[in-house]
Ligand binder design. Structure first.
Ligand SMILES: NC(=O)c1ccc[n+]([C@@H]2O[C@H](COP(=O)([O-])OP(=O)(O)OC[C@H]3O[C@@H](n4cnc5c(N)ncnc54)[C@H](OP(=O)(O)O)[C@@H]3O)[C@@H](O)[C@H]2O)c1
Length: 247
């Protein structure tokens, strides 16, 4: 198919690769033949993931806290030095905190904003020169909460609205230079991320009730395979009865 490209040999940075959605994206892109730069803070989990990947020789583990500018710079430089080029960036690292604004701690506020907003900015800024050169792709993992006001988690929702604004603005600036930009907004995905009651989504939902992280990985691969002349700008994937929560 002329409009479908293969991913073999492309270099991809995946943030938040140590668990959940980022881990499944890493496994999927590894399966597709990508060279991988897997980042998160938990080095041991990244090493275990590398062991699971068939293309171990083409996997670089870079423990990185995306909130720390210098660590992000070093990670991107190491990736470029090791593989030569960077074709794909998956901005996936993110955290959630719940609470009413009047009782929301400054510490939680900073954790969410520094990870979801500052971290996304740092990684994108550092990787962009390489991605531009390769006319590559950037994928942002937003959320259902990028599209709707949220009373349960207003700070998280605001951070994800920022991700949406940033992703589309990056597309507006760099699309004309051949960069593909995709924003994926899922509702509940069965990962270790906590729900409001403290249970993880994996514990709270049975298989088949909500989205599996593998499904997001499939969507990422699908978006990266589109032709060099198109961008899959935004994909909203919701539990089928999600909107019934509101109406
Ligand atoms: N699960 C859902 O229902 C859902 C729905 C919509 C959107 N999302 C979004 O999907 C993304 C992935 O979440 P998930 O569900 O897969 O949750 P998860 O299993 O908790 O994964 C979060 C990932 O982010 C990494 N991370 C957190 N803080 C970091 C930091 N400061 N620096 C580097 N990495 C960091 C974690 O690794 P370390 O702890 O090892 O650093 C982990 O790999 C997030 O952006 C989340 O907001 C999730």
């Amino acid at each position: 198919m002329p409009y479908e490209r293969h991913l073999e040999g492309k270099t991809a940075i995946i943030t938040g690769a140590s668990s959940g959605i980022g881990k499944e994206i890493s496994l999927k892109l590894g399966e597709e033949g990508c060279k991988l730069v897997i980042c998160a803070r938990s080095e041991n989990k990244l090493k275990t993931l590398k062991d699971k990947l068939d293309n171990k020789m083409d996997v670089l583990v870079v423990p990185t806290d995306v909130r720390v500018e210098e660590q992000v710079k070093t990670m991107v430089q190491d990736a470029a030095k090791y593989f030569g080029d960077i074709d794909i960036l998956i901005n996936n690292a993110g955290v959630i905190r719940y609470g009413e604004i009047e009782h929301f701690s400054t510490e939680d506020y900073k954790t969410v904003m520094e990870t979801n907003v500052d971290g996304t900015f740092y990684v994108t800024r550092e990787a962009l020169p390489y991605i531009k050169k390769r006319k590559g792709n950037i994928v942002f993992v937003g959320s259902f909460d990028s599209n709707h006001p949220r009373s349960l988690n207003p700070i998280y929702a605001a951070s994800k609205w920022w991700v949406k604004g940033f992703a589309h603005s990056i597309e507006a600036v760099f699309g004309q230079e051949g960069v593909g930009v995709t924003l994926i907004n899922p509702s509940e995905v069965r990962t270790g991320i906590p729900a409001e009651d403290g249970l993880s989504y994996k514990e709270k939902f049975k298989e088949g009730e909500v989205i599996e992280p593998e499904e997001i990985a499939e969507i990422v691969a699908f978006s990266l395979k589109r032709s060099a002349s198109t961008t899959l700008s935004q994909i909203d994937i919701y539990r089928r009865n999600k909107l019934s929560d509101f109406f």
